[in-house]
Design a binder for this molecule. Sequence first.
Ligand code: CA2
Length: 145
Amino acid sequence: MSNFLLLNGPNLNLLGSREPEIYGSTSLADIENKLSAICAAANHSLDSFQSNAEHDLVNKIHEAKDVNVNCIIFNPGAFTHSSIALRDALSGINIPFIEVHISNIYSREDFRQKSYLSDIAEGVISGLGTEGYELALTVAMKRFS
Ligand code: CA2
């Protein structure tokens, strides 16, 4: 049995309620439930956490080490483009993570095209909608179980 962590950053609690043309109509709860079901069927566990606060995300990343998380599936939201603190937290724990973006950050504004995390991620999924989370989990279960 392996432990996975689904981590979502700022404003992703709004998924499904606004801007469906960019982020789709699936809610964060739908995504969390789907990934939990996939994990349960494979006898793995999934912890899901969303926060709008950078320090809560940093603390959750630190905690992942204590509870032996095998892989983190992380959509850092807008912190992708600004947060050295999240980068340092992820660098410090030595747990693989997969960066997920619902939208294609490379087809959007210039400021979204810089990620402070991508070069230390196992890989990045961007632009495949909310299915990107499931794709990340599929790979995480194969590689990090
Ligand atoms: O495409 C992604 O998943 C992003 O990480 C989403 C972030 C954005 O800042 C990144 O550049 C790309 C924004 C999340 C905001 O989510 C909302 C969802 C519904 C309604 C409003 C915002």
